[in-house]
Write a protein that binds this ligand. Structure first.
Ligand code: 5GP
Length: 130
């Protein structure tokens, strides 16, 4: 059965899309640590990021780099932080989180509750900057 992230990349489940190419897809995390918290996935369905073949793995980070530059342009932040967990969804993904301070990348922090309009506005801003 397809993972939830494969269904998102295929458009079968809605998402706030940031960027896409033939092999990768980026979209807003639905429970964000900060405005602009983005997930970057390979369309190839592999659970553990370090099980990806080298080409897909390297391409994923190159794609994430482009998306991070867009986030940095669109969202006021000091840095874009990176995390890889995969404790919840068994489909390799990179978290990109706009940071003001170190503690902003703590996954125990309370998640933001944003309206669909806020998600849409953030996604549009970042997508335009990628
Ligand atoms: P992890 O697997 O890295 O521990 O966490 C998975 C992340 O995916 C979480 O931050 C969670 O909020 C996000 N997530 C889980 N399901 C969905 C979904 O259906 N849509 C979106 N946009 N994000 C999701």
């Amino acid at each position: 059965m397809a993972t939830i992230f494969s269904m998102i990349a295929a458009g079968q489940i809605p998402s706030y899309k940031i960027a896409e190419d033939e092999n990768y897809y980026a979209f807003l995390d639905i429970n964000p640590l900060a405005k602009g918290h983005t997930l970057v996935i390979p369309k190839k369905e592999v659970d553990y990021i370090f099980d990806l073949d080298d080409a897909t793995y390297e391409g994923l980070w190159a794609f994430a780099k482009k998306v991070a530059a867009g986030i940095k342009t669109a969202i006021p932040c000091k840095r874009v932080g990176v995390a890889v967990l995969g404790m919840e969804v068994p489909h390799a993904h990179i978290h990109l989180v706009p940071l003001q301070k170190e503690g902003d990348l703590n996954f125990r922090n309370k998640k933001l509750s944003l309206t669909p309009e806020e998600f849409q506005e953030i996604a549009q801003k970042i997508a335009a900057a990628v």
